[in-house]
Design a protein around this ligand. Sequence first.
Ligand code: ADP
Length: 383
Amino acid sequence: MIPEKPYQKSPSGGDSFQPSNPPPAPGDESGLVPADLLDDILAAFSDYGILVLDAEGCILYANSGAQAIYGYPKSELFGRSARDILETPSLAETEHLEDLLTQSNESGRLEFDLPQERKTGEVFPARVRFHPCHRQTGATIVLISELETQVGIEQLKRDFLSLVSHELRTPLTSIKGASSMLHTGALGELSPEQQRFLGIIDRNCERLNHLIASLLDLTRLEAGRLRLRRASVNVDKLLREAERHVGEQYASKQIELQHVESPEPVHVHADPARLEQVLLSLLDNAFKFTPNEGRVRTAITATEKEVVIEVSDSGIGIPAEEQGRIFEKFYQVDFSLTRAAGGAGLGLYMARRLIKAHRGRIWVKSAPGQGSSFCVALPRMPS
Ligand code: ADP
């Protein structure tokens, strides 16, 4: 609530506003509002997040509403790039915030509905408004309001996905059990033809299992229930482990897998299972979108601060206009092609969310017909 006049003292302890000051004469705009009082005024809008950004997009100020909405304490917001907070998977990877700041400077104001992400990983629908406010310094005010009406629908969607995924697991376990029983030969010797059909059942069970696991992961992530269990991870070892997993699959299409080792062991502070999941998604995509007898190359490079893992393939490539979108939830470039290859358009979305949770970045370089190269950069752990 806005404090009643005369203003006494801000709860934050400031006392720059003197109640004894004579009230300004009507029309007198010379008296600036003292900083403490401004703080209280902005705190009063606790249903709205208010960020003030400098010309480079660094956060100069965040009101208590912004801290509550995003779930970051003040100390983690101030001085941080607003890209970390405002950027969402539905937008392109590069220059996004800078573009918005330029556009809002040109048009005087910019407003759009964009899902936002709390520190817990929970995604919520929001309206974000940019107001350029100080021409000389290029400062911009960003107003964030949660779109309440959709909160219930989002929750419903998550609950539905979670329920369906759990319910699908039970019959799938029975199918797998029955198939294993047939494999043992306890119910009679199988002809080659029967074995071939059983193989189809097994492969499709595996595919369904993978899909259900992805959906459950997604609902956990969006409800903020996906926890990272971080440890020191040797990146070379983890990448080799992931490559071992796909070895047989690659051999089936005679795809050559080259591993370029890093000159020295490099470590990151990461959840090994989640990082392996990301690498497997990239290796799996490289496999799916590379024709027989193609080539996939993995490499690790490191600077003092960062480790970059690259998975590049000689596959079909991705058109430039699709490259920003492939990290969106359920997005697939060519539905018919990817449907045949298996997948639900969740691999890269999950990869991006997981890498972001590790304070890293993921991006793609690609051209149609010339293959794709996916890079994951993570902060390096001092050895
Ligand atoms: P899916 O599991 O359906 O493959 P992803 O999120 O992993 O979903 O990928 C999204 C889309 O991006 C894919 O459907 C495909 O169109 C495109 N894509 C991803 N990786 C590659 C790649 N290595 N080469 C070509 N296209 C790719």
